[in-house]
Design a binder for this molecule. Structure first.
Ligand code: ARG
Length: 565
């Protein structure tokens, strides 16, 4: 693929002459004008006004005089800018040829050099419903993993389940007092939450419950059989429920190393901290002082010797470091834990854990559904599973109205309904708080997943009308001014893939897919694609390229692309 920006830089350099500006400076200064009337690339001549001691307008004129316009449609001076208009047929041919040859691989790069990147994602808590926050972590993490792989990294998706901690002492206490085995078997999370909520209600008047809970957690930490068996049971029934949701979302994990996995690795953490003289006693507890980082101290061991969330996270980071020698260490966790991850990173830096400097917390904002805030304690629980089911049902209804003869309606409804939720989340900057209104996310028009899916369905349906069209051999000689926006967007995709990776930001891909879908729909509405005999084949090459890149964009987001809907 010709690098057109480089070509423009070379042209400028020839016109300026050697030794005036560094190649890299020239390259960096070249802009992509927002308004296509100003060309495809522009060079700001005021960069040279000091050197040549002339007005930039005059310099722009002079440069244009020296430029041999071969390979361009035209090169003109507009005020202080030199504007380059690429030769559309040549450029189009080049872009279509690349997309059609590389297909789903288009945009792939090797920047990551196969470096391992553990991604801590989803990580719901056992015995509690998976929340919309966990959904965001799941879908953002999954997409970040896809984007990393597209950039040549080797992502490792790890579900750091919240399956350890003092709350399990409370849960065991509550279950033994008020629990019922049959209920838990029938509807595990619902009943486990009930016991937990009841514990918190009753311990207000019965503080001795807390002592019992502490006792049970201590038994758990020391391997007491009854405690361990109950904990295992709670864990497995919870995981079953979580896995149903993951299956629906189409997300899988490489490892499920929850907090409990690190339980036996805790003594080493304490030992290491001691060796580095980092542990300090404070009111019977063990802390690491972080005043040097302008942070509150990290509490490592409670006065009763119990480990904490951060203790387990330190063990986790050390484990990942040894196991993977990570190029980066990612944690996709809500922004309410931002301060916590600063502390974690600081402790790891103090300990000299090599990958601490590559630790990135990828935070995200709050989500509300139909205006309601989600919380597992207040009782106003909106189960994620319900949201997904509602979305699938709504999608089905729409499909039945629009396309009653579609085969496999249930499968498509699943892909559209789930895709709408994933896309509705990922199109926003991660940090934006979003209110999710299901009906809006499911519209076939507007900034939605179904809109992008539907655009590709349109492309595929045109292609189906011409059964003898073969994208392997079809003409790429597109000479169609109406298609120019699309061609340029197609050419942007590899850069978009890089930006999304550098920013850990799936919305870069989602927004791009909306732009491409919009440009394509405009084209579709204004151009009778199949009518022009001379251009038909090349136009179908364009349509196929759009379909490829839309599908690949959706794949990076973790959204399926049905061929019909
Ligand atoms: N289980 C935690 C929660 O629901 C998230 C865990 C995030 N990962 C981590 N390594 N701390 O809040």
């Amino acid at each position: 693929m010709t690098d057109y920006k480089q070509q423009v830089a070379d042209t400028i350099k020839q016109a300026i002459g050697d030794g005036v500006l560094d190649d890299a400076v020239i390259f960096d200064k070249i802009e992509r004008p927002k308004n296509s009337k100003m060309g495809d690339f522009a060079f700001p001549a005021f960069v040279l006004s000091k050197v040549f001691k002339k007005a930039p307008q005059a310099i722009a004129e002079e440069l244009v005089g020296k430029i041999n316009g071969d390979g361009y449609e035209k090169v003109v001076a507009t005020g202080p800018y030199v504007n380059f208009f690429l030769s559309k047929p040549e450029y189009s041919k080049n872009v279509l040829e690349t997309v059609l040859a590389e297909k789903g691989n288009y945009g792939q790069n090797q920047d990551g050099q196969n470096g391992n990147v553990p991604i801590d994602m989803s990580s719901p808590n056992i015995a509690k419903p998976i929340s919309m926050g966990h959904l965001r972590s799941t879908v953002i993490g999954n997409s970040v993993a896809n984007i990393l792989a597209k950039n040549g990294y080797h992502p490792i998706k790890d579900n750091h389940l919240g399956d350890w901690g003092t709350q399990f002492g409370k849960l065991i206490t509550a279950y033994l007092k008020w629990g019922n085995e049959e209920d838990v078997k029938r509807d595990p999370i619902n009943y486990l939450v009930k016991y937990y909520v009841r514990f918190h209600k009753e311990d207000v008047d019965h503080p001795e419950l807390d002592d019992e809970a502490r006792e049970w957690f201590s038994k758990l930490e020391h391997g007491d059989e009854q405690a361990i068996n109950l904990w295992k049971w709670f864990r497995s029934v919870s995981l079953e429920a979580f896995n149903q949701i993951y299956a629906k979302l189409g997300v899988s994990f490489d490892t499920y190393n929850g907090e409990a996995f690190y339980n036996d690795k805790m003594p080493e953490v304490i030992e290491l901290l001691k060796q580095k003289h980092l542990l300090k006693e404070s009111q019977g507890a063990q802390i690491v002082d972080l005043s040097k980082y302008d942070l509150n101290p990290a509490l490592i061991l409670k006065s009763d010797g119990a480990s904490l969330y951060i203790t387990r996270d330190i063990a986790t980071a050390i484990y990942r470091d040894r196991e993977y020698h990570p190029a980066m260490n990612l944690y996709v966790v809500g922004s309410e834990q931002t301060y916590y991850f600063k502390q974690l990173k600081a402790v790891l830096e103090e300990m000299g854990v090599p990958s601490a400097k590559n630790l990135h917390h990828i935070p995200f904002g709050l989500i509300t559904v139909n205006g309601k805030k989600l919380s597992t304690r207040s009782g106003r629980i909106i189960l994620l599973d319900e949201v997904l089911n509602d979305s699938i049902a709504l999608a089905k209804k729409q499909i039945e109205e629009k396309n009653p003869n579609l085969p496999d309606k249930d499968k498509v409804a699943q892909e559209v309904g789930v895709g709408a939720i994933i896309f509705g989340d990922l199109k926003n900057d991660k940090m934006d708080s979003i209110n999710f209104v299901l009906e809006e996310q499911l519209r076939f028009e507007g900034e939605t997943g179904p809109y992008v899916q539907y655009s590709r369905v349109r492309a595929e349906s045109i292609l189906r009308k011409v059964p003898d069209f073969d994208p392997e051999t079809s003409s790429r000689d597109l000479d169609d001014p109406e298609a120019w926006e699309i061609v340029k967007l197609l050419n942007d995709f590899p850069t978009i893939v890089k930006t999304a990776c550098a920013e850990f930001e799936p919305s870069v891909i989602a927004k791009y897919s909306l732009r491409l879908a919009k440009a394509f729909n405009k084209y579709y509405a204004h151009t009778r694609i199949l009518d022009d005999v001379a251009q038909r084949d090349a136009r179908l090459s364009l349509v196929k390229s759009v379909s490829i890149v839309l599908k690949e964009s959706l794949r990076l987001l973790g959204v399926k692309s049905p061929d019909e809907m």
